[in-house]
Design a binder for this molecule. Structure first.
Ligand code: GLA
Length: 778
């Protein structure tokens, strides 16, 4: 390392001289021996159309950034075992070389797990075919596959590290492992793999949260912190400074905005908070990566889903970032550029490249359709219910068909569980839907004749990318039961024969269908039939546009064979970004699969995206009209006073108390105001361990701010320290939330994290905790 630095410092012009070094010095990073503050722009190459890569890198450079930070999505590169793809959108090497050509350094984050609101956090779905696999763990099969993949990555870019004269200054080991578990041996396995592949000189780091980085922190790696806009920065680095006073400081993910989920409000974060954070970090020589500087798009079926619960992400990954999804500069961009200009060593910032102008496309109607039920693939016969993965299917929809016994009206069909959006039909007639987002598992069946046909159409959305639930199988993952009353007794049965049809999400699947003129399509209950729709539209001069799907139901879109992404009428996203580089002068083809059926089969190109049109909301609040929690006569198990400031706080009651329903009553606020806010909370069991929050639900919250934002009480256990429960403006104390733990548990303590901003706005002072076996009276 030292030799390389000296050589570079000497300014020799030989090929050797291009080699450099990057390392952690005392309190700072050293690039070729000189102090270097990393100003990184997070960009994900598969999320940006390849012809626009250079434009987006130039936009980042013109902001005053000196580095590009990127994830490598394993599942995009290895769609089938050993079938590696590093071409086209996946050409990692080309992207890294483009960064280099622009004089940008690169931070490589090859996972294997990346989170990133990407399908299964970047892990390939086919790993799930091995049912007993343990993901992100020293499981021999998992490690064998990770090792192969990491070697493939190194074959692409292993010679582009700074020690070999390339732009890669650092490589990340795993990703926020602390949010998943505690397993230093596994993290060490990944570290060793990276060393074998990238050489011992490579500078490796781990990113985690201030609250948990010590759990998995390896002594020989650099530790960086992730936190969002608005966070109290000194507080975020306090622990690191204490345990490693000489470490350079870096926020490896400073969240510029946030991601959107179907059925929830569009997320934004304030520009001035982001700017203040960047300014403060740079004034203190703290390195950062701005996640995202440009988010781009989750093309096709690549959007992931958040958990606990199931909250699938939308197609746009705009992220309210400084550079919009379509590469436009925003107010945030210009404000950030002004701030970064102050830290550009007195030089002038590079010129901002010209914008790619969006165009409108006049409304056009679809000319053909292929009804879903007439175009299903051959059935496989099975005596057991299996998941999509069992049939070697990764993405798309699956239909499970069977015959029913004679049933009086009112029998219950229980599907426990359908992943992710199931529609039930009896003799071809629609009965209802089960939406996993809402925990729906039961439907009432109509009267059925013996031999009536039951069909369950299950559409898979993105696999969960966060937390322990990433082992997320698709299709029906449990049991199907029919329950009714016979002769005064409860009768239940599960079908023992299934006809299964796999509708793999591929362009060929949809184009191979038999299309008919749209004039033959009948509107039933306001909708055209479920199925595929095709249209041709003419473009004079291809430019970017936003295709409007506001009249469609739910499904997937392909244009000229490019997978554009998912659509869903509930919003908040109504348009899909259509890059001009994928359009053709003259005739263009569009194919839409709509599993619900469009209200009108038409489309148009808009000049602006529609990303904040929420039409149908998942019930976002947890209080019925007129409902009030009645705590009269209830005895709290403890009343405690929390301390001011940021960071976790613990309340213990020194004995095990059993119960299923817990009420947290906030009596007053530290700042004396009306607002109550909690970012995260846990209960401690009798072994001193945190209880799993997977089965939790909120049964009551007296007040929640869901007015254009997503600050409902379930944010207290969404595993995201930067999102929080907040009461609505002007609603006075006391406040209360009630959690159903899912089953009776023994509790010995309560842990709570206030908001991350300086002064912890809305931090609760006095809390009373109540634990009961049965639900609280309302
Ligand atoms: C974490 C992960 C990222 C991303 C962000 C939220 O920091 O490391 O991959 O999921 O959260 O956008």
């Amino acid at each position: 390392m030292l030799a390389a630095a000296l050589l570079a410092g000497a300014g020799t012009m030989s090929a050797e001289a291009a080699k450099g070094s990057f390392e952690a010095g005392k309190g700072k990073f050293l690039l070729n021996g000189e102090k270097f503050v990393v100003k990184a722009a997070e960009l994900h190459y598969p999320r940006i159309p390849r012809p626009y890569w250079k434009h987006r890198i130039e936009l980042c450079k013109a902001l005053g950034m000196n580095t590009v930070c990127l994830y490598v999505f394993w599942n995009a590169h290895e769609p089938r075992p050993d079938a590696y793809d590093f071409t086209g959108q996946n050409d990692l090497r080309e992207f890294v070389k483009l960064c280099d050509a622009e004089g940008m350094k690169v931070i490589l984050r090859p996972g294997p797990y990346v989170c990133a609101e990407w399908e299964m956090g970047g892990l390939p779905w086919w790993l799930l075919k091995k049912k007993d696999i343990s993901l992100r763990d020293d499981d021999p099969y998992f490690i064998e596959r990770v090792d192969k993949f990491q070697k493939a990555v190194a074959e692409q870019v292993g010679d582009l590290t700074i020690a070999s004269g390339g732009p890669i200054i650092m490589v990340q080991v795993e990703n926020e492992y602390g949010a998943y578990g505690t397993d230093k041996p596994y993290v060490a396995t990944i570290r060793d793999m990276l060393r074998r592949n990238f050489g011992n000189e490579v500078t490796l780091f781990q990113c985690d949260w201030a609250s948990n980085f010590l759990n998995n922190g390896l002594d020989d790696l650099i530790w960086t912190m992730n936190f969002g806009t608005g966070a109290n920065i000194d507080e975020q680095f306090a622990k690191l400074k204490e345990v490693r006073p000489e470490s350079p400081l870096m926020c490896s993910e400073f969240w510029s905005g946030w991601f959107d989920k179907w059925g929830a409000n569009h997320e934004t974060r304030r520009a001035d908070d982001m700017i203040a954070g960047i300014d403060e970090m740079l004034s203190k020589d703290i390195s950062f990566s701005l996640y995202m500087t440009h988010g781009g798009t989750n093309w096709g079926h690549w959007a992931g889903a958040n958990s606990p619960g199931f909250a699938p992400d939308v197609t746009s990954y705009d992220y309210d970032a400084p550079i919009s999804e379509s590469g436009q500069t925003t107010e945030k961009y210009w404000a950030l550029r002004r701030t970064l200009a102050k830290y550009y060593e007195g030089k002038k910032l590079p010129k901002v490249p010209a914008a790619i102008k969006p165009m409108a496309i006049a409304p056009f109607t679809f000319s053909e359709y292929a009804p879903l039920w007439e175009n299903l693939p051959e059935a496989k016969h099975d005596t057991e219910l299996r998941t999509m993965e069992d049939y070697d299917q990764g993405f798309g929809s699956i239909v499970y068909g069977t015959t029913l016994p004679q049933l009086e009206a009112g029998a219950t069909l229980t599907i426990d569980e359908a992943h992710d959006f199931a529609q039930v039909f009896v003799d071809g007639n629609y009965v209802g839907k089960l939406d996993r987002r809402n925990g729906e598992r039961e439907l009432t069946l109509p009267q059925c004749k013996s031999g009536a046909r039951l069909d369950i159409l299950v559409e898979a959305m993105g696999r969960i990318n966060f937390g322990r639930a990433i082992k997320d199988y698709k299709g029906i993952v449990g049991k199907v039961t029919i329950t009714t009353e016979r002769d005064g007794y409860e009768w239940s049965a599960s079908p023992t024969h299934w006809e299964v049809r796999n509708l793999e999400d591929r362009y060929d699947t949809y184009t191979a269908m038999n299309y008919r003129p749209i004039a033959e399509a009948q509107v039933v209950d306001g909708r055209l039939p479920r199925g595929c729709y095709r249209a041709h539209f003419t473009v004079k001069k291809p430019q970017d546009t936003f295709l409007n799907f506001a009249t469609w139901g739910k499904g997937l879109v392909y244009v000229n064979g490019h997978a554009m992404g998912r659509i869903w009428e509930i919003g908040p996203q109504q348009t899909l970004y259509m890059p001009g580089c994928w359009l053709r002068k003259g005739d263009n083809e569009i194919v839409v699969l709509d599993v619900v059926g469009p209200r009108e089969a038409r489309c148009e190109g808009l000049k602006e995206p529609l990303l904040d049109q929420l039409l149908v909301k998942k019930r976002a609040t947890h209080r019925e009209p007129g409902q009030t929690l009645n705590l009269a006569g209830e005895q709290p198990i403890i009343e405690a006073e929390l301390q001011p400031g940021n960071g976790w706080q613990t309340v213990k009651w020194g004995r095990a108390v059993r119960g299923r329903y817990v009420c947290i009553e906030a009596v007053d606020a530290i700042d004396g105001g009306d607002e109550a806010s909690i970012a995260e909370m846990y209960f401690i069991d009798e072994r001193g361990k945190r209880l799993s929050r997977e089965p939790w639900t909120v049964t009551y919250a007296d007040s929640e701010n869901t007015d254009g934002v997503n600050r409902s009480a379930d944010k207290t256990f969404d595993l995201q320290e930067s999102t929080y429960w907040q009461t609505a403006v002007g609603v006075p104390y006391p406040h209360a939330i009630v959690i159903d733990l899912g089953s009776t548990r023994s509790l010995t303590g309560f842990e709570c994290l206030p908001r991350m901003e300086t002064g912890a706005p809305g931090a609760v002072k006095r809390v009373r905790i109540y634990v009961k076996g049965e639900a609280f009276a309302m």
